[in-house]
Design a binder for this molecule. Structure first.
Ligand code: SF4
Length: 242
């Protein structure tokens, strides 16, 4: 039986009168899903390299429309020269641009790195403010970047919805949201609290390595028996007489 959940309240009980979206899995199945993620990877982490809140913010801001691998290569060069706001501003726009030119949108991103570093110096004593509004006021830091940073640093159990999280949430039937914000709201409503902070990483990693965009690897997916989108095995070929 399908349950219809009120999506905007965490812990909401199933209701047929206040439907905002139809959840394909039952609460028990959702608990099974996340307990499997936990068993496979109890402490998931970002694949971005960082050594401080500052280098994390810069790395996440650089990762828009770029792979973590390509960002890590660029930040290995960049952070070797400057890993604090002071050092970054002193390094200057030309050098920062040069160090990150292998990733997409590098010119704009370099400007943002210098500008956000200057703001950290001017308004925050050179420290990264661990508060959403102040983070999102930094150049190049939107809601998704702030969510990743706050989640990674254990400040807020945020679910940043990137392309992987969006796809996996839909395939697993955890959300039918049409925008990242809608998916984020629905995920926050249905994922049990103990797993919420780590859910972001699990869904990203699942989308990156198993539930890939084209040809998801349903045959090796540990969630296949729960997943409403799993690929059906090809029908058995009828026996033919020799
Ligand atoms: S069964 Fe297939 S579609 Fe479903 S989550 Fe796993 S890989 Fe994705």
């Amino acid at each position: 039986m399908r349950l219809i959940w009120v999506g905007h309240r965490r812990g909401a009980t199933p209701s047929r009168s206040h439907a905002t979206w139809e959840l394909t899995l039952t609460p028990t199945q959702i608990r099974t899903l996340f307990s499997r993620f936990e068993a496979a990877d109890p402490s998931p982490k970002t694949e971005l390299s960082y050594t401080s809140p500052y280098t994390l913010v810069v790395a996440v801001a650089l990762s828009a429309q770029a792979t973590d691998v390509s960002v890590n290569k660029a930040t290995a060069r960049l952070f070797a020269l400057a890993d604090t706001p002071e050092a970054m501003v002193a390094l200057g726009l030309e050098q920062v641009t040069d160090q990150i030119r292998t990733i997409g949108l590098f010119r704009n991103k370099a400007k943002n790195v210098i500008a956000l570093s200057q703001i950290l110096l001017d308004r925050h004593g050179g420290e990264v403010p661990l508060e959403r509004e102040a983070l999102q006021a930094l150049p190049g830091v939107g809601r998704k970047t702030a969510s990743v940073v706050l989640n990674e640093l254990g400040v807020e159990a945020a679910v940043a919805v990137d392309t992987h999280v969006f796809r996996v949430a839909h395939r697993l039937g955890l959300s039918k949201g049409k925008t990242p914000d809608a998916v984020e709201k629905q995920l926050k409503a249905v994922i049990p609290k103990p797993w919420l902070q780590r859910a972001h990483h699990w869904l990203i990693l699942h989308g990156r390595y198993v539930c890939v965009a084209r040809n998801p690897k349903c045959d090796i997916c540990p969630m296949a028996d729960l997943c409403p989108s799993r690929a059906k095995p090809p029908p058995a070929r009828p026996k033919t007489r020799a």
